[in-house]
Design a protein around this ligand. Structure first.
Ligand code: ADP
Length: 407
């Protein structure tokens, strides 16, 4: 009898604790306008690649974006974003996400694992607790979008997060065109429906191959299966992402693909998918992410991390994107230029979609080659960090002297 009472009290206490934790999750998530899961029927179809590139596309469109990786057995987001080996930091009982550029915050289960082998022993209840802890303790602040990279299939992790989120906007389901992948996707869609989670759309990845030489897209597998299946299951189709070897290269080197290769077919496809997704959110109807993605990109020649006066012989370039709404630098990457030869740099920077070069000095021949490539040149800037120089230019406070090395 006494034992029964103790058990009942323990049950009640446990129930109260669960409710308190769920209230904390609810409170934390109330600061995030839209929560979108990225799911796939099976592994290897490019789900994490899609999750990262959707998140980057949203952040480049000026949306405050979070990216949460709960792929416990294969967290690949840190690798794709060059955050491998980073550990989670905390402050005042909250877990701090890692900031990447101006509008993107990232949290991954990998930031907590001493080694990948640690996750192998995790069972359902542990996964549920870990996901709950992420949702209640990660200090995202206010976000427009949270993109969640969930493990493939219909197992514990997607089930837990859908239940815990209570009001996610829905799921983007990633597939490849082959029939075997499509049958897995049908299962994913049925899974979402059984949990009342809207399917925001199907994205067909690895759909056709982009020739690295001529850019032509060839259908090496039959493409279009994703679209037909989406039609048959009455869910929106978000588009086709072709196979592009530069995606593998960008993922392996930790440089976000849609950022680095903005004019590629796959980057355009990602932007179109984001436009469809954002357009389907009634609160954001006034925005059009595809159009909003700004196009100003500044390059600055560097030596020892500072603006370098000898443009043609610099060690590397800082290539910076501009957030047009806030009129400031939103992200930077650095790249060593090819060997110095006449006419090489204007073409190389044009391939990096640079629109403005800020330099100390530059020969008049180089200046006219930049003009031919549609790139504006600002000369006479003095030393400073690339972000300082670029932000001064954007604010109209950049001091420019003479063209220092006009030869
Ligand atoms: P998943 O999360 O579904 O397991 P990943 O996103 O890790 O898959 O992608 C698996 C591999 O396929 C990675 O090496 C990635 O770079 C590559 N990949 C994904 N999408 C494409 C694509 N459209 N073109 C070329 N490679 C791709």
């Amino acid at each position: 009898m006494a034992d029964n009472m103790v058990h009942r009290q323990q049950d009640q206490e446990y129930q109260r604790q669960m409710e308190a934790e769920q209230a904390q999750v609810r409170h934390r998530m109330s600061q995030i306008k839209h929560k979108i899961l990225v799911l796939s029927g099976k592994g290897g179809v490019g789900k994490s690649t899609v999750a990262v590139n959707l998140a980057i596309s949203l952040s480049l469109a000026g949306k405050r974006t979070g990216l949460l990786d709960i792929d416990i057995h294969g967290p690949s987001i840190p690798k794709i974003l060059n955050l491998e080996g980073r550990k989670a930091q905390s402050a005042f009982d909250a877990i701090l996400p890692i900031e990447v550029g101006a509008n993107l915050k990232v949290m991954s289960i990998a930031f907590f694992l001493a080694s990948q082998d640690d996750a192998v022993i995790w069972r359902g209840p542990m996964k549920y607790q870990m996901i709950k802890q992420f949702l209640k303790d990660v200090e995202w602040g206010e976000l427009d979008y949270l993109i969640i990279d969930s493990p493939p299939g219909t197992g514990d992790e997607p089930l837990s997060i859908i239940q815990l989120l209570e009001n996610a906007d829905g799921a983007v389901v990633v597939t490849t065109p082959q029939e075997v992948a499509l049958s897995d996707v049908r299962r994913s869609i049925t899974f979402c429906r059984s949990l009342n989670l809207p399917v925001l759309g199907v994205l067909e990845n690895m759909s056709g191959f982009v020739c690295p030489k001529c850019g032509e897209v060839t259908d090496i597998f039959k493409s279009g299966g994703g679209e037909n299946m989406a039609l048959a299951m009455s869910v929106p189709f978000l588009g086709r992402i072709p196979i592009d070897p530069q995606i593998v290269e960008a993922c392996d080197s930790g440089q976000p693909y849609v950022d680095k290769y903005r004019q590629s077919q796959a980057a355009l496809a990602f932007r179109e998918a984001v436009t469809l997704l954002v357009g389907s959110n009634s609160e954001d109807n006034e925005t059009n992410a595809g159009k909003e993605i700004n196009t100003m990109r500044i390059a600055i020649p560097l030596a020892e991390g500072q603006l370098c006066q000898h443009f043609g012989h610099c060690e590397e370039f800082a290539i910076m994107d501009v957030n047009s709404q806030e009129n400031c630098v939103s992200g930077t990457y650095r790249e060593a230029p090819p060997a110095h030869a006449p006419g090489v740099l204007p073409q190389w920077l044009a391939e990096h979609n640079v629109t403005i070069v800020i330099a100390g000095g530059m020969g008049s021949r180089a200046q006219s080659l930049f003009a031919e490539n549609g790139i504006k040149v600002v000369v006479g800037a003095s030393a400073g960090s690339p972000e300082e120089v670029a932000n001064a230019y954007l604010n109209g406070t950049l001091q420019t002297g003479g063209n220092i090395c006009d030869h």
